[in-house]
Design a protein around this ligand. Structure first.
Ligand code: C2E
Ligand code: MG
Ligand code: MG
Ligand code: MG
Length: 288
C-alpha cells in the first residue's frame, strides 16, 4: 500500500521490507544480549613460515556461541555489529583477549587481530591497542593488526595518521584480502604496510589458471621489492603449498595446516606443529 507523506511523494511500505526490518531488529536485540552474556569467543588459526614450515603466528577469529543456534561465523554477524556500533566494545575485547591469550603460548608466536573500518574511524583505537598491550604485557612486536582496503578507500588523511601512530607503538600492520577489491595497490601506496595477505581467491586458482599463478607471482615479487612479508591465505592442499612456495610467498595460512581452533587447543597444536604430529594436525584440519 502506498501512502502520501505530505511532500508530494508517495512512500511505499512493502511487507517484505517490513519483515526484513523486523528481523534486523530481532537480531540486534539478540546481539546486545549475547554481548552482555559473554557469548563471543576467539578461535585461532596458525600461520606458518614457508621456507621452514615453522609456526610464526596465530590469527584471532571471532565466533558467536549462540545458546540455540550453535557456533556462528563472523560474516553472519560482524556487519550488524558494525552497523549498531557494538563492534567498538567487542573489538576492544578481541584486542585484549588476543593479547592475553598470546602471553600463554609456548614459543612466543605473534598474534594477528582483524580491525573493522569502524574501529579505524573511531578516535579511541590507538589508546585501545596501547591498553591491550599494557594490560597483557605482550611485546608490541608480537601483535599484528589486519585491515582491509575498505579502510583506505575514503582517502581520509586521518586514517593514515592513525595507522602511523599504531605503527609507532611497535605493532605490525597487514593488508588483508589483498587484491580482492579495487584499490589494493592504491592502499599500498598510501601507507607502508608490513605485510600483504594474498586473498584466498587467487590461491584457489593456483594449478588451475595461469592468471592466478601470474598474479600471485607478481604480488610476491612486489612484496620483495617493497621489503615486506607476503602471506598466502586459504592454502588447503599440498599442491597449493608447493605452488605458493614456488611463487615466493613468505608465509601460509589455511586448512592444510589447521582450521581455526578454540583457545584451549592452541598449546597442543603448537606442540603438534613443532613435532610434526600427524594425528593432532589431522584433528586441526577437522579430519579426525
Ligand atoms: P579474514 O580476516 O580474511 O580471515 C580468514 C578467513 O578465512 C577466516 O574465516 C578463516 O576461517 C578462513 N580460512 C582460513 N583458511 C582457510 C582455507 O584454507 N580455506 C577456506 N575456505 N577458508 C579459510 P572466518 O573465521 O569465518 O572469518 C571471516 C572474516 O570475518 C575474516 O576474514 C575477517 O574479515 C572477519 N573477522 C573475523 N574475526 C574478526 C574480528 O575479531 N574483528 C573483525 N573486525 N573482523 C573479524
Ligand atoms: Mg584477517
Ligand atoms: Mg583475509
Ligand atoms: Mg576476509
Amino acid at each position: 500500500r502506498a501512502k502520501a507523506d505530505g511532500s508530494g511523494c508517495l512512500r511505499f511500505f512493502e511487507p517484505a521490507n517490513d519483515t526484513r526490518m523486523h528481523e534486523r531488529r530481532v537480531q540486534e536485540i539478540d546481539l546486545r544480549r549475547a554481548w552482555a552474556a559473554r557469548e563471543f569467543e576467539l578461535f585461532f588459526q596458525p600461520i606458518m613460515q614457508v621456507t621452514t614450515r615453522r609456526l610464526v603466528a596465530f590469527e584471532a577469529l571471532l565466533r558467536w556461541r549462540h545458546p540455540e543456534r550453535g557456533l556462528i561465523q563472523p560474516d553472519a554477524f560482524i556487519p550488524l555489529l558494525e552497523e549498531i556500533g557494538l563492534i567498538l566494545p567487542v573489538g576492544n575485547w578481541v584486542l585484549s583477549e588476543a593479547c592475553r591469550a598470546a602471553m600463554l603460548w609456548p614459543g612466543a608466536p605473534r598474534v594477528a587481530v582483524n580491525l573493522s573500518p569502524v574501529q579505524l574511524a573511531h578516535g579511541g583505537l590507538v589508546a585501545s591497542v596501547a591498553a591491550a598491550l599494557e594490560e597483557s604485557g605482550l611485546a608490541a612486536a608480537r601483535l599484528e593488526l589486519e585491515i582491509t582496503e575498505t579502510v583506505m578507500m575514503k582517502e581520509n588523511p586521518a586514517t593514515v595518521v592513525t595507522l602511523e601512530r599504531l605503527k609507532a607503538l611497535g605493532v605490525r600492520i597487514a593488508m588483508d584480502d589483498f587484491g580482492a577489491g579495487y584499490s589494493s595497490l592504491r592502499s599500498l601506496q598510501r601507507f607502508p604496510f608490513d605485510k600483504v595477505k594474498i586473498d584466498r581467491s587467487f590461491v584457489a586458482g593456483l594449478g588451475q589458471s595461469q592468471q592466478s599463478e601470474a598474479i600471485v607471482r607478481a604480488v610476491t615479487g612486489m612484496c620483495v621489492s617493497l621489503g615486506i612479508t607476503s602471506t598466502a591465505e586459504g592454502v588447503e592442499t599440498p599442491e597449493q603449498l608447493l605452488a605458493v612456495e614456488k611463487e615466493g610467498c613468505t608465509e601460509v595460512q589455511g586448512f592444510l595446516f589447521s582450521r581455526p581452533i578454540p583457545e584451549g587447543q592452541v598449546p597442543s597444536l603448537i606442540g603438534a606443529l613443532a613435532a610434526g604430529d600427524d594425528k593432532a594436525l589431522l584433528r586441526g584440519r577437522g579430519l579426525l
